[in-house]
Design a protein around this ligand. Sequence first.
Ligand SMILES: [Fe+2]
Ligand SMILES: [Fe+2]
Length: 193
Amino acid sequence: MLRLASETPRAWVDRAAGDVDTLLLDHAHCEKKAASTAMNLIFRYGRLPSLVRALSALAREELEHLERVMDVLEARGRAYGPLPPSPYAARLVAVVRPEEPLRLLDTLLCCALIEARSCERMKLLSEHLPDAGLRAFYRDLLASEARHHQLYVDLAREHVPDEDVDARLAELARHEAAILRGDDEPLRMHAAA
Ligand SMILES: [Fe+2]
Ligand SMILES: [Fe+2]
């Protein structure tokens, strides 16, 4: 269960299928960013050993994903390199409340939603991309992203009462869905269709 407040339209998948190299390059950056965010949380919340252990494993897994996406890029004759990110993540975390423990709660739930959106879109890619190898690649990855979504929600529940987690998650999910309703955005893993 991904707890998203909207479904990605088919138009996004069609755009992705039409520019797979950009999709893959952005995807590589997303994996790198996912590892880096987990590392930042390890530094910021070193007083929470269960969080440190869980996010250490997650960061390692995201770096493995980065290497796998780089392998796919290279097999297509494309190199990893710079790509301007979509404004999605910055807009999403703009509503994180500054005071603890709300900052921890909001940050974990934003991470949970990013993982959920990745998983939802990877599922679409695994069903609709024309290339069978890429469909299999995304089928393979989406289970990890579903697990990461749940891990972030579970970490939030460890530190905040369940009903507060659920209410805030629903609120942030609506905010996340609104961000993806824009238009005229370049193709990205997390951008409007
Ligand atoms: Fe990943
Ligand atoms: Fe992930």
